[in-house]
Design a protein around this ligand. Sequence first.
Ligand code: 4BW
Length: 147
Amino acid sequence: MNTLKDRLLTDNEISPLIISADKVAHVQMNNPLQHALLVLIKSGYTAIPVLDSSFRLRGMISKSLILDSLLGDEDFELDRLSTLTVSDSMMQDVPCIRPDAPFSKALSLSINHPFLCVVDENQSFSGILTRRSILALISKYLHQPSK
Ligand code: 4BW
């Protein structure tokens, strides 16, 4: 009888779980902050990847990072939405994983990160792996009858 651990570790690649780049809401580094806020509000996501013009991953932008950038000494300075760009506010240190990484690595990283960016050795962006898809796979194995 296979244990849950055996079944997860034999299903060893994350590629079937990846949400492909064309389905991932993202912004570019030189977009005004206003554009990033609109994409975040319209998509409903808290945080999304930041790419460059060659589709390489450069960072991540979130609603809270934007709000933090707008905060002046006493008030929110809304004019900064058009004067600042995504690169002024983004976080550069983003959790990443390779498309051929083992499931166990994705599982460990997803404890602290709601999504992982999937990149190759040149930082070329191929999509994201969400905590939701990782939990869904574990749930599937948990509820499947053992062989
Ligand atoms: O618009 C949404 N559609 C669906 N189907 N689910 C959503 C949506 N917005 C939020 N959710 C749910 C998901 O379960 O809330 C969770 C937390 O969302 P978040 O973090 O705080 O915006 C979602 O969990 P998840 O699917 O495991 O996704 C984890 C994180 O991955 C999200 C968001 O930052 C990012 N993300 C997910 N799908 C994305 C995306 N970013 C850009 N484009 C996508 N398609």
